[in-house]
Ligand binder design. Sequence first.
Ligand SMILES: [Zn+2]
Length: 220
Amino acid sequence: MTLSTTEENYLKAIFKLSLKGPDNISTNNIAAETQTTAASVSDMLKRLSDKQLVAYEKYKGVQLTQHGKDIAIALIRSHRLWEVFLVDKLGYRWDEVHVLAEELEHIKTPDLIGRLEAFLNYPTHDPHGDPIPDAEGNIQHHEPISLLELAANERALILRVKEQSAEFLQYLDRIKLSLGSRLEVLEVNNYDNSRLVKINGAQPVFLSEKVSENLIVKRV
Ligand SMILES: [Zn+2]
């Protein structure tokens, strides 16, 4: 079966929404995730359901079929391996690679991704800390604790960034925050939920609620 890039992107969007719980897969949420209208989502769902990639019942909602899920996970695997390649082998920065990987992930040549994975020596995470599914489609998920859940005096390590826009990643570069950085929460402001944080023992900085929410951490 050949799928268009748009069809593949829908499968990925539905899969990502499904990770947040089955109630999240509404037409409106899919429209927001794919940046289209609810009307085009309905058309597309009909097409994907004809191809037996989603099970779609009006007023009941959408689910990926096993085949649809397999395709979505293969795309995510390809995307994340390409990101590792771009950063580790071609020297791109972590804020540059997502857009490129969005295109590269759609190249389907048998064997390509397996060879890429072996060439990269089987990495487990992409440059943003997202886990890379293995060839069987298994993904290991981190316990999703964001920096917002830490109280004053708690310490943590940055495991993953949720938001991957260039603006956000460049901001993290400016405050010298990267995967593996050690954080110590010095103060939490109840007024706006911002927090004063020490990064790798350096001068403390204020992180907004929005920034904190997008930093996935592990308590240490
Ligand atoms: Zn990406």
